[in-house]
Design a protein. Structure first.
Length: 422
C-alpha cells in the first residue's frame, strides 16, 4: 500500500511540476500580437491561425489587435477600462473556427498612426495631439509595452507594413507577413490574396463571356490594381481576356478600340474582352477617382476608369467597324474577387508564412518580412517594403503595341512569371 501511495504521490508531484513548468514557459517566452490592416483578402484568417497555433504550442501567449493599427491606437492603458474592442486573446479554438474562412475576424482599417489627422486622433489623446497632422507613435509603443507585447506580427500590404517598418526603426520587434490582391509588396513573389483574386477574375470573366457572346458585344471588366497590373496581366495571359491595360503604361484608347473590334470580328461568337486595372491611365491623362475622399495613407478612392473606357470604346467603335457602333458590357469586379473563402494557394501559403514568422521569433530574429522568392520560402529585411517598388516591367512583360502580356520563353521563369521583382 505504501508503494502505491508513494507512486501515486510521485505522479501527482510530477504532474504538478510539469504544469508549473508550462506556466513558467508561457511567462518567460512572452506575448505575440497579430494584426491585419488595409483591404481584406482571402487568406488572412489562415495566416492568423498558423501564427497562433504554432505560438501557443511553443509556449507564447497570443493576442489579436483589432481593426489594424486602429485598435492599438485607441487602446486606453487602464486595467479597469474595457479594451475588448481593441484587442482579444487568441486561442486554438478561436482561430481553428475562423481559419477556413475568408476576410479577417480581427477586422481591419486603413489607419496610419504616424500621420493621423486631428479629427482621427482618439478622444482620450486629443489634448496631447491636436495639430492638423499628428504622429502618435509614442502612444503606440507605450500601448504595446502595456500589453506586454514582445513581438508584433502585422499582416498587410505596403501601406500597413510601411508603418511596421516605422515601428521597427523605433525599437519594436516586428516580423511582417505580406498580403494584397495586387501582389505588389516588394521583396516577395507572392502576397496572400493574389491567387484567389486571379482565380476569381478568371472564373467571373468566363461566366460573363456568355452574355458578351450572346449579344455580340465588347466587354470591359475593371479589376483591382492601383499601381501594379499583375491582377490584369495573369488572367489575360491565362486566356480570359483579349487585352489588358495596366497602371504601368498609359494606353492609347484609339489603339485599344481598334484591337478589340478586330478581336470581336475575328471571333466566331462575335465578342471580345479587355481587363482594365483600376489605376490604368489614358495617354496624356491621370488616374480616375470616384470622389475626393482620401484614406489615412493619402490614397484617393479609385473607381470609374472602366466606365470611361466603356463609353469611349462605344463612341469610337464605329470608326473601326464599318460605321456600326458596338454596344458594351461594363462590369466592375471589385469586391466580388475580395470576398469568400481562400483558394488552395491562399490556404497553403498563409500557413507557411505563419510558421516562418514563428521560426524567426524562436531564433530571436526580428526586422524581417517572410517571402516567397523563386518558388522557395525565405525572409528578407523588412525595410525592403519602403526602399523599393514592385510593378510590372513593361519592357519585359507587356507588349505596348498589342496591349497584352508578352513572353519569348517561359524557361526558368518564376512560378508566377511576372510576379517576381528580381
Amino acid at each position: 500500500m505504501f508503494y502505491f501511495w508513494g507512486l501515486k504521490n510521485n505522479r501527482n508531484m510530477a504532474t504538478t511540476k510539469k504544469q508549473n513548468i508550462m506556466v513558467n514557459v508561457k511567462r518567460t517566452k512572452g506575448t505575440i500580437a497579430i494584426l491585419t490592416g488595409g483591404g481584406d483578402v482571402p487568406g488572412l484568417n489562415p495566416a492568423i491561425r498558423a501564427v497562433t497555433i504554432r505560438a501557443n504550442r511553443e509556449g507564447y501567449n497570443v493576442i489579436g489587435l483589432r481593426r489594424g493599427w486602429a485598435g492599438i491606437s485607441e487602446l486606453i492603458r487602464d486595467n479597469k477600462f474595457d479594451n475588448s474592442n481593441n484587442y482579444m486573446p487568441l486561442t486554438d479554438d478561436i482561430v481553428n473556427k475562423a481559419g477556413r474562412t475568408g476576410g479577417t475576424f480581427l477586422h481591419t482599417s486603413r489607419t496610419r498612426p504616424s500621420h493621423m489627422s486631428k479629427a482621427s486622433v482618439p478622444d482620450h489623446l486629443q489634448g496631447t495631439y491636436n495639430a492638423e497632422m499628428n504622429d502618435i507613435t509614442p502612444e503606440i509603443i507605450k500601448n504595446l509595452e502595456w500589453l506586454g507585447v514582445d513581438y508584433l506580427v502585422p499582416i498587410g500590404g505596403d501601406d500597413t507594413l510601411s508603418y511596421g517598418v516605422h515601428l521597427y526603426k523605433k525599437g519594436v520587434k516586428v516580423i511582417a507577413i505580406p498580403k494584397t490582391m495586387d501582389n505588389d509588396v516588394p521583396g516577395t513573389d507572392y502576397c496572400i490574396g493574389f491567387s484567389t483574386c486571379v482565380s476569381r477574375t478568371i472564373q467571373m470573366t468566363n461566366t460573363l463571356r456568355t452574355s458578351a457572346g450572346s449579344h455580340e458585344r465588347i466587354m470591359v471588366l475593371e479589376v483591382f490594381g492601383r499601381y501594379a497590373g499583375f491582377t490584369a496581366m495573369l488572367p489575360t495571359m491565362a486566356g480570359s481576356a483579349n487585352r489588358c491595360v495596366i497602371p504601368e503604361y498609359k494606353f492609347d484608347i484609339e489603339l485599344l478600340t481598334k484591337l478589340l473590334v478586330e478581336d470581336r470580328n475575328h471571333n466566331p461568337s462575335k465578342y471580345s474582352i479587355v481587363l482594365v486595372s483600376e489605376g490604368a491611365m489614358f495617354k496624356g491623362g491621370e488616374m480616375i477617382f470616384s470622389d475626393g475622399e482620401r484614406d489615412a495613407y493619402g490614397h484617393a478612392k479609385l473607381g470609374g476608369i472602366g466606365d470611361v473606357v466603356s463609353q469611349k470604346i462605344k463612341d469610337l467603335s464605329g470608326k473601326y467597324n464599318g460605321g456600326k457602333t458596338i454596344n458594351i458590357i461594363n462590369q466592375k469586379l471589385g469586391y466580388m474577387v475580395r470576398g469568400g473563402d481562400p483558394d488552395s494557394l491562399d490556404s497553403i501559403v498563409p500557413m507557411a508564412y505563419g510558421n516562418l514568422a514563428l521560426d524567426l521569433i524562436l531564433k530571436g530574429v526580428h526586422g524581417r518580412i517572410v517571402v516567397l522568392k523563386n518558388g522557395r520560402y525565405d525572409n528578407v529585411p523588412i525595410d525592403v517594403v519602403t526602399s523599393s517598388k514592385k510593378v510590372v516591367k513593361v519592357s519585359e512583360h507587356y507588349n505596348i503595341e498589342r496591349l497584352r502580356p508578352i513572353y519569348h520563353s517561359f524557361e526558368m521563369k518564376p512560378f508566377l512569371l511576372m510576379a517576381s521583382d528580381n
